[in-house]
Design a protein around this ligand. Sequence first.
Ligand code: TYD
Length: 196
Amino acid sequence: MKKKGFFVCIEGLDGCGKTTQAQLLVGKLKRIGFDAIYTAEPSSGKIGQFIKKYCLHGEKRISVVVEALLFAADRFEHVVNEITPALNNGKIVISDRYVYSSLAYQGAAGLDLEWIKIINKNAIKPNSAIFIDVEPEIVVQRLKRKKSVMEKLETQRKVREVYMTFVREGELVKIDGNRSKTEVAEAIFAVVSKQL
Ligand code: TYD
């Protein structure tokens, strides 16, 4: 019989702690005997590398349509090359960002959410989608050292608003990220372990 994998994505504003939390979740799942792996978007593939080099840290933001298309292309490769094979091997895949990042970031930049959904049609649906909610004012403070084109307060506020529409629609489970690392990790684990 084919083993069944389980796919989780962790979403949130830049600086909300999602990378730390995704890795803590992988560690916790492994300790209790699951075969879990960490992965992220932009991916480590060719398109992901291109995005990191030319879209996120350049002088100015590129066209948002191009951004959305590149993220969708990177995601398709991520799904085909990494996520699906791991799921087919029965693994739990924890992705640090997924399709909701495109909806939130490129949607906040003015693109039609329905169009973003269409270009991401081939991205498989996660079994569990978590949104770590931290106030935009707080993440912007945390990110002062790090520079990226997405990190202005106004941008982060809009991004959060789009994430919240998916929380209200029941697609994303909101976790209060304004707590200690351990408390946030416990809350995420409680949600995911219930669905496993
Ligand atoms: P981030 O997780 O912050 O990466 P880093 O490891 O460099 O901190 O993601 C990089 C940025 O990419 C972040 O600002 C959000 C943005 N992004 C989009 O705009 N759309 C997308 O579809 C994805 C996956 C990321």
